[in-house]
Design a protein around this ligand. Structure first.
Ligand SMILES: Cc1cc2nc3c(=O)[nH]c(=O)nc-3n(C[C@H](O)[C@H](O)[C@H](O)COP(=O)(O)OP(=O)(O)OC[C@H]3O[C@@H](n4cnc5c(N)ncnc54)[C@H](O)[C@@H]3O)c2cc1C
Length: 519
């Protein structure tokens, strides 16, 4: 996958694309994979990097959502559990089975969650990941030795999926290319083209070169998440707000706070929220919050009350209380929740997706979850193909292998996330053995990965490499700042950039990463 190649394809193609997708997060990438797999000529335009916005800031769970079961949203849970099963089959290198323990400090909670999780197992049917089980106090502490022992009565263990969100996004972009489609990052849509009141394309600006393009298509799909309204307003002014952002924050801690393989899930904190502490890439992610916000921004910032909430509750359930100085990184994301005028509390807004088609033919897909991105894409292309008058073609993504597909990867080697591409990284190392060196001793990432990302994964900036090709920014923000100069130098050797570019990149990255530090 090469950005220059994609831009060249765009420039050489003067006719109509079948489908233009705006937005390169989970939703847009999934939609473009579906479109390309049906043989439609597909272009995806992303204003920044793939997964820059919400899709790199999730809790990293491929899940049915025990919480939605609690809220009575059974059809969403059934759909998400089905999708969870498909994703494990289609991207086994990135999605794994994760055990969760629900600790029980109140005598009535044990049987309640025991029964609820049995229903969860049943709803998963054949695609279940393992039966849930009620645990004694001793068994609970065996699973999670650092759980707060005071007042603990027992627990329940159940299974869900876990994944690496931005790595899956990059693999989806590569899948689009494998299927003959064209994804381009750093290409912002600034307007819509219309002919006889019907949308027939977009105006886009290359954010690197500044060049503007008018690009025609039979149908345009708006998959811009929290930014959906900005595209809708290009079509029709004065429409009521469709998407309401709701912020969720996570902190990342050292593995010593949760040393085993099991995660902690607290379904109901004392103020009614869900809290997860999940092992991820040899660290622990703790979150999250649900704070209604007014503005859609690419780089959201955690609020003080969100940080206090997470630290206070982490201390409640972990025997070592984490302090601000223990936080390796803190990150915030904005959920694209579809607005319902009478819902004040965003945690009650449905997580199921919303598809709408405007009078001029703009197809907007919003809401949903990472877990259900494939189903959202299927529904979207079923409708979009009709709007565009394209030849009918069935969806086949339920068993489409995603780029990098590899079964039984060795998760003790951090390169496992590349799946079948591991061999290509090993080949880079064979050619240049000096690249087999970690960028920093606090994280496992090798110099060879930077070369691979710049050559083959459309990484264009130091942030692309440290935040979304590797996960250094989320795993240890301070270490990632120290890695930036070397990353810039390695990228410059691939992209043909000068010293000034390198120092600008390092300065920009440092400024960004400081927002991920707590102390
Ligand atoms: C805190 C948190 C935790 C979550 N945890 C989970 C979880 O564990 N499991 C799960 O299944 N789901 C989870 N989710 C939900 C999931 O992350 C989102 O539903 C999903 O990532 C939304 O993807 P999207 O593509 O719709 O939006 P985005 O990822 O925001 O993508 C939209 C893209 O459109 C681009 N764009 C906007 N305007 C333009 C333009 N004019 N031109 C070109 N491009 C444009 C943006 O740059 C952006 O990249 C979580 C969400 C949050 C916030």
């Amino acid at each position: 996958m090469d950005r220059n190649e994609s831009v060249k394809i765009l420039q050489e193609n003067t006719g109509y694309w079948d489908i233009i997708v705006i937005g390169g997060g989970a939703t847009g990438l999934g939609v473009a994979v579906d479109a390309a797999s049906r043989g439609y000529k597909t272009l995806l335009l992303e204003q920044h990097d793939f997964a820059k916005a919400t899709s790199s800031r999730s809790t990293k769970l491929v899940h049915g959502g025990v919480r939605y079961l609690q809220q009575g949203d059974v059809s969403l849970v059934i759909e998400a559990l089905h999708e969870r099963g498909l994703l494990i089959q289609n991207a086994p290198h990135l999605v794994s089975n994760q055990a969760f323990v629900v600790p029980n400090y109140e005598w009535w909670n044990g049987p309640f969650y025991g029964v609820g999780l049995k229903v969860y197992d049943l709803l998963a049917g054949k695609l279940g990941l393992g039966p849930s089980k009620i645990l004694s106090r001793e068994e609970t502490l065996n699973q999670i030795p650092t759980l707060e022992p005071q007042g603990l009565r027992g627990g329940v263990i159940y299974y869900d999926g876990q994944f690496d969100d931005s790595r899956l996004a990059i693999n989806l972009a590569q899948t689009i290319v494998d299927l003959g489609g064209t994804p381009i990052n750093y290409m912002k849509v600034t307007g819509l083209l219309k002919s006889k009141d019907l949308i027939d394309g977009v105006v886009a600006t290359d954010m690197e070169s500044g060049e503007n393009y008018e690009i025609n298509a039979r149908v345009v799909i708006n998959a811009t998440g929290i930014f959906a309204d900005s595209i809708i307003h290009m079509d029709q002014e004065n429409t009521p707000q469709l998407v309401k952002p709701a912020q969720g924050v996570h902190i990342v801690l050292d593995k010593k706070f949760l040393p085993g393989d099991s995660a902690i899930m607290v379904p109901h904190t004392d103020d009614g929220r869900v809290l997860f502490a999940v092992p991820w890439h040899d660290k622990v992610i703790v979150g999250t919050t649900d704070t209604p916000m007014n503005n859609a921004v690419l780089e959201p910032h955690p609020l003080k009350e969100e940080i206090d909430f997470i630290l206070r509750h982490a201390a409640k359930y972990m025997s070592h209380d984490p302090s601000p100085g223990d936080v390796l990184s803190i990150f915030a994301g904005l959920r694209p929740l579809v607005n319902s005028p009478d819902t004040k509390n965003t945690s009650k807004i449905s997580r199921s997706h919303h598809l709408q088609i405007s009078e001029s033919g703009l197809v907007t897909i919003a809401g949903g979850k990472w877990t259900t991105y494939r189903k959202m894409a299927e529904d979207t292309i079923n409708q979009a193909a009709i709007v565009a008058g394209l030849n009918e073609s069935d969806c086949t993504t339920d068993n489409l292998r995603i780029h990098g597909w590899l079964k039984n990867v060795d998760r003790s080697d951090h390169l496992y996330v590349y799946g079948s591409d591991i061999v290509n990284i090993r080949n880079i190392i064979k050619e240049q053995p000096n690249l087999d060196t970690p960028l920093d001793e606090r994280l496992p990432y090798l110099k060879a990965e930077v070369i691979w990302a710049a050559r083959n994964e459309m990484a264009r900036t130091v942030e692309d490499v440290l935040s979304r090709r590797t996960r250094a920014l989320l795993l240890d923000a301070r270490a990632s700042i120290d890695m930036a100069p070397e990353v810039a130098e390695l990228m410059a050797s691939v992209l043909g950039k000068d010293k000034k570019w390198q120092s600008d990149q390092v300065n920009q990255y440092k400024k960004l990463a400081e927002g991920y530090l707590l102390t």
